[in-house]
Design a protein around this ligand. Structure first.
Ligand code: ZN
Length: 104
């Protein structure tokens, strides 16, 4: 197994997994339990591919997501005040209470 993507947001990890699977690449998510407060040593949710020989293709898909081309899920957003990343369902920052900025 190889890790191709790490994110602060489980939503992002699911999105990358969906993109990989759309290209026929089997993958799994580790640290999925982060949201239940059971973060493990390496912390953030990460996406791993099962077939190491597909690493190049998988990395290019993951980096495409990183540049914001994913259309299969809503975007996570970054708090303008404190920089915390949030899943799309949240409308205010849980950390500092700032409102979610309007989409550009
Ligand atoms: Zn904030």
């Amino acid at each position: 197994m190889k890790k191709v993507f790490t994110s602060c947001s489980l939503g992002d990890a699911y999105c990358v997994k969906a993109l990989l699977e759309a290209e026929g690449i089997s993958s799994m998510i580790r640290n999925e339990s982060l949201l239940q407060g059971q973060a493990t040593i390496d912390g953030h949710p990460s996406v791993w591919i099962l077939d190491d020989s597909l690493l190049d293709a998988a990395e290019s898909i993951a980096s495409r997501y990183g540049s914001g081309e994913c259309s299969s899920c809503e975007e996570s957003w970054k708090c303008p005040k404190c920089g915390e990343l949030h899943d799309p369902q949240f409308t205010t920052c849980w950390k500092c209470g700032a409102d979610r900025p309007e989409k550009q």
